[in-house]
Design a protein around this ligand. Structure first.
Ligand code: ATP
Ligand code: MG
Length: 418
């Protein structure tokens, strides 16, 4: 038997209701905040992610699914959504639209990672992007959207961690301070972090290895190295969050895994779901649009991992009701009755009613068992006699009561099932 690729998963009908619930909640909430949906290709030129996500990130260095096509061009299955959205906005001339631009996406992403709970190679993200608003009010507004979605999903025990990693003005000094600190611990760092020390020491703070994170705990803090502009930005963000009633904690270890972040970075963390506890991560990326060849335009956004949201909902006992039960099951006896049943069911479905009838030639007894199994609220048995009279017995399966109905009269049939 051919099996699915490692790190991927099937989502079966018994699982899809929670996915649909999350998708609907996220879409509806984003719409209330003024966001429109954007859909971009599943694969992009590899260079887009090299430039957009950053050459020194784990995503680009180790996790990309890249391939060359028949004309030897390098493409990559999207590992995230932000770079693609930025490209699409530039390419479609949207940067001159009325600001701010507010977009959301619901996508599958691909990263070659070690599969474990909350981490897979194909995974799903809901993400938002806001472009053209440099003010910290925008950061708070984006965070409020994330917070609102998480709360509407019923996730509890989640905390918002925020930090500022500075801007191109103040980051170099901070980078040097970090370099000096980690250089003194070079021997203890994991092999990847030894490299990160030279290429991007900030990334060491994002390392998942226990030793590197322990060393990172005492590392210099970015918020102690902010320039005046970045410090003011952080203060304003805090004021807005306070006013909006959104609780947060300053977490100086949050740096985020991708290169394009400036100033605000944040994560919603739910420790109840184990090691992969970040259900939503985001931040500001004022340099990204330019980095990929567009105009200078500030941006901010976040992405949520749907699988992790589901784990958090399970831990919060917030899984939605998944009942989907037919109002009516018609049990036909014989070919003529089955044809009649098909006609009635077709009309009911056109009215938006969930109705079923026999398609696999079950005996009447087996049909009633099946109707019970799918929890049909009513059943209607039709045979030759019933066709002749146009009347049949409508049985209420829950109350074990029954009435005779004229099944040729749709209004009467619907009325009897009210
Ligand atoms: P992590 O530190 O957990 O690897 P990240 O910084 O790589 O996360 P982002 O690129 O910011 O994550 O993606 C945003 C969100 O997408 C994460 O917070 C997480 O919920 C989800 N996510 C990221 N990678 C995976 C994955 N391999 N499998 C499932 N969900 C993921
Ligand atoms: Mg990662």
């Amino acid at each position: 038997m051919i099996q699915k690729p490692r790190g991927t998963f099937d989502i079966l009908p018994s699982d899809t209701p929670v996915w649909q619930f999350i998708e609907k909640t996220a879409r509806d909430t984003a719409a209330n905040f003024g966001y429109g949906e954007i859909r971009t290709p599943t694969f992009e030129a590899t260079e887009l992610f090299q430039r957009g996500v950053g050459d020194t990130t784990d995503v680009v260095q180790k996790e990309m699914y890249s391939f060359t096509d028949r004309e030897n061009r390098s493409f990559t299955l999207r590992p995230e959504g932000t770079a693609s959205v930025a490209r699409a906005l530039v390419e479609n001339g949207k940067c001159s639209d009325t600001l701010p631009l507010k977009l959301y996406y619901m996508i599958n992403c691909f990263r070659y990672e070690k599969p474990q709970a909350g981490r897979s190679r194909e995974f799903y993200q809901f993400g938002v992007e806001m472009y053209g608003a440099a003010d910290a009010a925008a950061d708070a507004d984006v965070i409020a959207l994330g917070s609102e979605i998480i709360s509407k999903l019923g996730i509890k025990d989640v905390s918002l961690h925020i930090n500022s990693i500075g801007c191109p003005d103040c980051r170099p000094k901070y980078r040097q301070a970090l370099y000096d600190y980690f250089k003194a611990h070079e021997d203890e760092l994991c092999d990847t972090c030894k490299q990160r020390l030279e290429t991007n020491p900030l990334r060491i703070l994002d390392c998942k290895s226990p030793i590197c994170s322990a060393i990172g705990k005492d590392a210099p803090k970015s918020i102690d190295h902010l320039c005046e502009g970045c410090a003011d930005h952080m203060d304003k963000l805090k004021n807005h969050l306070d006013e909006m009633g959104i609780e947060y904690e300053i977490d100086t270890n949050i740096v985020r895994g991708l290169d394009y972040y400036t100033r605000t970075v944040f994560e919603f963390i739910c420790t109840a779901i184990g090691a992969q506890s970040t259900v939503c991560g985001g931040g500001r990326y004022d340099g990204l649009m330019k980095q990929i060849g567009g105009p200078q335009m500030p941006g901010i956004g976040f992405a949520m991992g749907i699988t992790r949201l589901i784990l958090a909902m399970e831990a919060s006992k917030a899984m939605p009701e998944t009942k989907h039960e037919p109002l009516l099951y018609i049990a036909p006896m014989g070919a003529a009755a089955q044809c009649k049943a098909a006609g009635i069911v077709a009309k009911l479905r056109r009215e938006g009613v969930y109705a079923e009838y026999d398609l696999v030639a079950r005996s009447l007894k087996a049909q009633m068992k099946y109707a019970d199994k799918i929890n049909a609220k009513y059943t209607l048995i039709i045979g030759d006699n019933e066709i002749e009279n146009g009347k049949a017995i409508l049985k209420n399966m829950q109350e074990s009561s029954q009435v005779e109905v004229d099944f040729t009269d749709m209004a009467a049939l619907c009325e009897a099932m009210k």
